[in-house]
Design a protein around this ligand. Structure first.
Ligand code: ATP
Ligand code: MG
Length: 464
């Protein structure tokens, strides 16, 4: 591999001697660095990266650096001044109350010259430290994209001690040994979010409502998610196991409801096997849009037909692209096929409300009204818990994977390409079939087959 990292990771200082030095000494054999997805950054696009090298001429301000890094990405701070590195490390670690970054490498010395020259008394030292982005959004901010408190963390000691060593080793090389911790958010965070939505409501009402979420509703859903992850580990065919979260540990409250869930980190990156063509692209290449669509449809078919689970919240925020291909996370709203909720029960009411108000259901309602969806199999699932909710949304999303900014750079989308046109035509056939009462696409498996046919057609077309 080359000793200088790509231009985009270094703000243009790829040839800076400290950048080259730290890359050679620290990262040349680091599996995270070697496998990170840098092909997209070579295109010069303004995309989040997994590694960012910052020298004295860059602002070492946590705020903009946070925005430039992917979740779990690392910033390498370099300077000739020990003091400057110490101050920068403090600024990151204490940023916004302290939950945003981990100090991956405390300030340390880099020897610039070989020992023999040092012996001659030449000034040789430089300093560096490494910080890793742990939070999904800047601590203290609210976001419409996420509900729970989700963060990266080192494995809990107990879990590591009792854990499966092979799984731990794999996690270490893929994700630096980090896990995902999903927790019921603090009541104050929920109050802050509700206040943004209902600015005229009084504090007492907001707190009462927030408590209902944090004490009842969220723990109920997190407990369900725990059970669904166990079920996937049992019933999803082995070859898909790397593409859904693996439950590591669930901590329950006094009533037995999960408040904290630990799972493995399905890290966004380039799939293995999509090997790079050379240059600085040490990691893999992005997926094509067609491969993205095929993998998502195949996983959904396995989820429905083999694990007998409906996801019901397949927004692109809940889709990841891992080293093993497209994956799904967030099984908090998932339901087993055939599962029934008594009408007036807490769960019955919650699901009833969710099926009226969720983003997917609202879109379906709108699109059925305007005639953009006519397939009776899909229209029928409006307001209902049904597999069609998942494949309706899959059919829409495969045309626009970049709607999730985290997937930009990991999947190529060219609106004018044959594959984009074929996928758009497929979506049209799924949503508005010639005979709405008898649509040709009635399942995720049908969509998967349709995508395979497109692949065959385009391969024939491109064959000499
Ligand atoms: N195991 C995981 N591996 C990789 N990324 C994950 C994992 N779990 C969660 N994430 C990331 O964290 C984000 C938030 O987690 P999750 O979707 O589970 O909760 P949420 O979005 O708060 O829940 P909801 O969708 O109900 O609002 C996801 O969109 C995804 O980007
Ligand atoms: Mg989510």
């Amino acid at each position: 591999m080359t000793s200088a990292p790509p231009h985009a990771l270094t703000n243009g200082h790829a040839d800076h001697p400290l950048v080259k030095l730290v890359t050679r000494k620290r990262f040349a054999a680091d599996p995270e660095y070697v496998h990170s997805c840098r092909s997209a950054t070579d295109q010069g696009a303004d995309l989040p990266v997994d590694f960012l090298f910052l020298t004295d001429s860059d602002a070492r301000n946590p705020e903009p650096v946070f925005a430039q890094l992917r979740w779990g990405g690392q910033a390498i701070l370099l300077s000739d001044s020990r003091e400057a590195i110490g101050t920068a490390a403090e600024a990151f670690v204490h940023w916004r109350g302290g939950a945003g970054w981990a100090l991956e490498q405390p300030p340390a010395t880099l020897q610039k010259l070989p020992a023999i020259l040092r012996f001659l008394g030449l000034r040789t030292r430089a300093y560096y430290c490494i910080v890793r982005k742990l939070a999904l959004i800047p601590p203290g901010n609210t976001s419409d994209r996420f509900t729970y408190h989700v963060s990266l963390a080192r494995p809990a000691k107990a879990a590591a001690a009792s854990g499966d060593l092979a799984a731990l080793a794999a996690a270490r090389s893929e994700g630096g040994g980090y896990e995902v911790v999903k927790q019921v958010p603090a009541t104050e965070r929920v109050v802050a979010r509700l206040r943004e939505k209902f600015p005229e409501a009084d504090g007492e009402t907001l707190t009462r409502r927030a408590k209902k979420f944090t004490e009842k509703i969220f723990p109920v859903f997190l407990t369900r998610e725990t059970a669904i992850l166990r079920l996937l580990a049992r019933d999803l065919p082995q070859r898909f196991h790397h593409r859904v979260p693996r439950l590591i540990d669930a901590q329950a409250d006094a009533n037995g409801f999960t408040r904290t869930l630990r799972m493995n980190w399905l890290r966004n990156g380039c799939p293995i096997g999509n090997s790079a063509g050379g240059g600085n692209a040490v990691g893999g290449q992005p997926l094509t849009q067609l491969a993205f669509a095929r993998q998502a449809a195949e996983l959904l078919a396995a989820l429905h037909d083999d694990a007998h689970v409906m996801h019901l919240d397949l927004r692109l925020d809940n889709v990841v692209i891992t080293q093993h291909g497209v994956g799904f996370v967030d099984f908090g709203s998932a339901v087993r096929v055939g599962e029934n909720f008594p009408e007036a029960s807490l769960l019955g009411n919650l699901f009833e409300e969710m099926m009226r108000t969720s983003q997917i259901q609202r879109m379906l309602g709108r699109m059925s009204e305007t005639g953009e969806v006519t397939s009776e199999d899909i229209c029928r699932c409006y307001g209902k818990i049904d597999k069609a909710v998942d494949f309706f949304y899959l059919a829409v999303q495969i045309n626009n994977p970049h709607a999730n900014p985290d997937l930009r750079g990991l999947v190529t989308v060219d609106k004018g390409s044959d594959e984009a046109r074929e996928l758009a035509a497929l979506t049209a056939k799924i949503l508005r079939p010639e005979d709405p009462a008898n649509p040709p696409f009635k399942s995720a498996r049908d969509i998967f087959t349709g995508i395979l046919e497109i692949e065959k057609k385009l391969t024939r077309k491109s064959a000499p």
